[in-house]
Design a protein around this ligand. Sequence first.
Ligand SMILES: NC(=O)C1=CN([C@@H]2O[C@H](COP(=O)(O)OP(=O)(O)OC[C@H]3O[C@@H](n4cnc5c(N)ncnc54)[C@H](OP(=O)(O)O)[C@@H]3O)[C@@H](O)[C@H]2O)C=CC1
Ligand SMILES: O=C1O[C@H](COP(=O)(O)O)[C@@H](O)[C@H](O)[C@H]1O
Length: 504
Amino acid sequence: MNPLRDPQDRRLPRIPEPCALVIFGVTGDLARKKLLPGIYDLANRGLLPPGFVVVGFARRDWDDAVFEQLAREAAQQHARTPWREEVWARLGGSMRFVGGSFDDDAAFDNLADTLDGLRDSHGINGNAAFYLSIPPPAFPAVLKQLARTGMADNHRAGGWRRVVVEKPFGHDLGSAAELNSLVDEVFGAADVFRIDHYLGKETVQNILALRFSNTLFDPVWNNRYVDSVQLTMAEDVGISTRAGFYDAAGAARDVLQNHLLQLLALVAMEEPTSFDAEEIRTEKLKVLRAAALPDDIATGTVRGQYQQGWVYGQRVPGYLDEPGVPADSTTETYVAVRLGIQNRRWAGVPFYVRTGKRMPRRVTELAVLFKQAPHLPFQPADVRMLGHNQLVIRVQPEEGVALKFGSKVPGTAMEVRDIAMDFQYGEAFTESSPEAYERLVLDVLIGDSTLFPHADEVEQSWRVIDPLEDAWEGTKPEPYRAGEWGPRGADELLAREGRSWRRA
Ligand SMILES: NC(=O)C1=CN([C@@H]2O[C@H](COP(=O)(O)OP(=O)(O)OC[C@H]3O[C@@H](n4cnc5c(N)ncnc54)[C@H](OP(=O)(O)O)[C@@H]3O)[C@@H](O)[C@H]2O)C=CC1
Ligand SMILES: O=C1O[C@H](COP(=O)(O)O)[C@@H](O)[C@H](O)[C@H]1O
């Protein structure tokens, strides 16, 4: 080894050992749009080892060649990096397919034999990761099959065995705790990767870089200077073909419990002693423990459901007219909530969090709004256009950071107006950001769990969400028109406290 090369240096390409990635649910939406294209992107960047194999599993009577064709089409359609036939020639030649249902013992025995065979044919040395890209109710069945066949057993395999569990991890605290126990019975704690793809986004990781690598922000990152924080995850899309899942979940369980509470934890956490997985989790967990719903959940939260309307000039159906949604569904497609964080740094600072489907456009951002200057030695008319100083981290789609502050308008008057200093990833860096799944799949294969929430974080997040769901039981969501920024109640929520949503 080159003594000048630090093996911990993350700028050096990290390449996994030869291994197999088994994808349960390989014919599904996630595998087709994100996982298979992400794997191609990793291969294209030279980050996969020579002995890498993808094994697909689903209820199809396919052979390896049919699967390879599906994977090729998925990669050609959705990959981030350019198509290179020579890259595919290597990757596509290492695709295996095992057909069967989750209750089919013979199919899992067949999968175990396939993995054993790859030991010699591809030199994977028993290393395999199992990705559960399947409907959440099927997680236990697959975990039990992996236990029954011994496929989850590192010692028996003679290499590492890991499992990736998709979200949502449980439906409430009780079911999440049950699932955690089952996962822990089958795999060792270090081998479990609970995925939250928001943590794989570059801009989300940049929250920590921004906060902890600069001196500029930390002194004002507290209730002395911060007026409020707004987190927005707006989606222009509806529920597509996912009615079965979505109608039983709703916006709070689908994204507030995971993506948005994780973002909140990153914004509010204390500095970790290092960027070690355990240190970061410890700090995030403290925030989640301190996160509190408003005393009166009914007035401090808003839930909405979209009605037919127009998005980007296209007429779109209402939620109740989406295929597979019951005509009397009261599931929310929008939620806004005012959270508090009960600790010294954040006491009294509201964290307004909102998410919705069929909004006017797709945008995820977090904005820290600072208090206004205690005294303004200007004519009131000259500061009419001066708002709160704001730091806005745009997670997507135009990734970047904007700092908004007052500046003098050129001229003889002392007029002060808000202006924005804007950093855009696309302009500042030549490399384009890896897709979240691309990054996270690589981390699983390397065995780096830094960006994966721990069991305690998942359970603690449900402790925040469960009372919300209980309070909403039997209530009807407030309608909003598709293409609008949610129901009126969301504006009223902030207006009652003398605030308004930023224009995202
Ligand atoms: N799609 C997305 O954008 C996102 C999805 N997720 C999560 O990812 C997971 C997968 O989602 P998604 O891809 O949308 O789901 P889909 O419904 O599109 O796909 C489900 C997959 O599971 C397979 N499957 C279902 N039941 C069985 C069974 N009894 N035996 C064998 N295979 C079965 C299906 O295979 P077949 O029917 O061909 O046998 C299919 O490949 C879920 O946990 C979801 O919550 C998370 C974030 C975003
Ligand atoms: O986890 C989920 O995320 C997607 C949004 O992901 P993004 O990376 O496109 O922002 C959301 O549409 C889906 O409902 C949810 O399950």
